[in-house]
Design a protein around this ligand. Sequence first.
Ligand code: UDP
Length: 460
Amino acid sequence: MADATVKNNRTPHILAIPYPAQGHISPLLQFSKRLQKKGAKVSLVTTKFIARTSHSISSSFPLLTISDGHDDGGIDSAESIQSYLDSLRRFGSESLREVLQQLSSSASPVNCVIYDGFLSWVLNVANEFEIGKAVFFTQSCAVADIYYHVYKGLVELPLPDKEIEIPGLPPLKPPEFPSFIYQLGTYPAYYDVIVNQYANIHKADWIFWNTFYELEREVLECLKRIWPAIRTVGPSIPSAFLDGRIEDDRDYGLSFFNPNGDASLKWLDGRRKGSVVFVSFGSLGAVSVKQMEETANCLKNCKCQFLWVVRTSEAAKLPRDFMAETKERGLVVSWCRQLEVLAHEAIGCFVTHCGWNSTLEAICLGVPMVAVPGWTDQTTNAKFITDVWKVGVKAPADSGGVVGREALLQGIEEVMGEEKGGEIRENAVVWKASALKAFEAGGSFDGVVDEFLAKISSRF
Ligand code: UDP
């Protein structure tokens, strides 16, 4: 189908409803561009706070807002994570219902909602209307497989101190499970939201996943038996970094932070090919003071040049004088265009917290990783980076969960070096090609998108 089939000569209208965090908004927006390209109208639904505070929101998506009950301060103004998630569910449901009601009598009623798996309550609201329901997952299939087995009570909790077998996955040691499972009770609110997202998934008409078949083949085969509606639509990253098919598609279309121009890229321009260590711990996690100190010390003693993203909210944790002492060899920025940075030929390796987007981005751009996972799904992603795809090494943490300066330095030297590094770089090239193939194959996007748009246009 060249363009979205039009029932009653009407362009299908889809609401994209991401969980309000950078790492959840970006991949869903990216997928939405594919739908737009095929002729659908996609409106982005986000919280009032995010709509007001974000940078460079793409004007190609009509923006609709809902409330999370914290319109002025977002999650940081909530008493606790639990109270924020409760409030998001309560106020989000009410305001989404109003949005759907208003649109139902407009010239552009909604055919379908695509909502983040973390927002399983959207399905209940959508059920009150005659519209399609598609759930979009922004974490790996491997972690979903784990959470699903936990949800079903098929994993002994607390985890026993031995390797554990789950269908579709390599045997996992307890610390390789998502932190919410391994360190049971640390974030009960997130545990509830994530584990219970599988309670109503079977009621969704479509299940989209930001991954690609080759990357997670075994686990996908298992999950397809549980949820036949699964469709992989990843890697959900801008086209310019893969096949370049969509002109000017260089960023996701919404950023929580300001990258402050091209300072990072200009700085990289003057560096030798493969010489720079890029360090970033993502968009939301707080790094401990000790971890900042160890990272800083490692970079100070490392022979390589480095580019380190330290968000403004984390900057006070940097050791005093660090920037002055290292200014000849390194640059610290509060945010950067990470995709552009990873694509820069000066980058030699990526010291990453292993968020799923960062992991996919590094795989797509063929950048070897040093895994420094913190919490949530990062621990499991790190396992796959090192032992399954073999595109990086993990810098081990001490008993207090801190990766010490020597351990980090050793990881960087291994990845940047010849022996192990050479093998890792070769694997990274192979996975990069595989990601590109998945992206180009069309199977990931065009076929799925055509089928989806045809169905929502004719049924709703
Ligand atoms: N990111 C960015 N600039 C930065 C740091 C991060 O654009 O300086 C982006 C990165 O490209 C990724 C997202 O922020 O798309 C982080 O998502 P991820 O899933 O890796 O981790 P999270 O922030 O959710 O922990």
